[in-house]
Design a protein around this ligand. Sequence first.
Ligand SMILES: Nc1ncnc2c1ncn2[C@@H]1O[C@H](COP(=O)(O)OP(=O)(O)OP(=O)(O)O)[C@@H](O)[C@H]1O
Ligand SMILES: [Mg+2]
Length: 274
Amino acid sequence: MPQAILSLKNINKSFGPIDVLHDINLEVRAGEVLCLLGDNGAGKSTVIRLLSGVHKPTSGVMAMDGKPVSFANPREAADHGIATVHQFGGTFPLMSVGRSFFVGREPTKWVGPFKVYDRKLANDTAVKAVQSFGITRIDDGDRLVGGLSGGERQALAIARAVHFGARVLILDEPTAALGVKQASHVLRIVNEAKRRGLAVIFITHQVMHAMAVGDHFAVLIRGAIAADFRKGEKSREEITDLMAGGEQMAELEAEIESYMAAGEGHPEPAKHVH
Ligand SMILES: Nc1ncnc2c1ncn2[C@@H]1O[C@H](COP(=O)(O)OP(=O)(O)OP(=O)(O)O)[C@@H](O)[C@H]1O
Ligand SMILES: [Mg+2]
């Protein structure tokens, strides 16, 4: 197996007296999707905040390409090629597609003695990058980000990270607010990022989304890794139970599904009697 791009060794994180993460060991490799699973409050976002330079570990070692690293701030993590995309894409609703793609790195051109923002180059580059991920509906770089759908915003943020050389792409619940069709677009983009050789860390509460893209799975329960397995090693039911903190959720889910199928989940609306 190739060397991990990013690894966590015996990582602990406390906030004052509160111990949030306990002895976390994880590895992510190029061309692989690691799904980080776990119930609310399990510690997933805290792991991501360590990797993206928001917090520092209390103890333990983070390494890139086998060499220990420490990030003083998110900028340093980004400089190491770690890109984090949050639920709503983290882009700017009042900016154009082209502007938001280049924010902080705007291309310029000379007009006589003046250096100005090269709108055409920015727009063309952004549209091309997004379209290369299969989102062909974005064909005008002047469109405002606020007018894009949730899935399109995710696509824009991911295309941007890849364009600027990210090696590790972290997605914290990218499909949580999306409908079925848009979520499947985002999952396709995750697969494309993986095909291009990025290491992807994907956080989700939806077991089907995890199973659709994951090569490797780690389940956090109360801040510790409770299970660590590869694609095909566990069933959907087992993963569902682990994600709920080890409770028997799969059974309950199947029960609810069968009620719904039998029509018992939808009681007749009460009739008004006049
Ligand atoms: N800055 C902080 N100070 C104190 N406690 C914190 C801090 N950040 C997170 N925690 C605690 O750490 C635990 C894990 O939180 P975290 O946000 O990592 O969970 P999560 O797995 O991302 O949950 P969710 O699925 O709801 O997003 C929670 O109990 C939370 O209250
Ligand atoms: Mg979270």
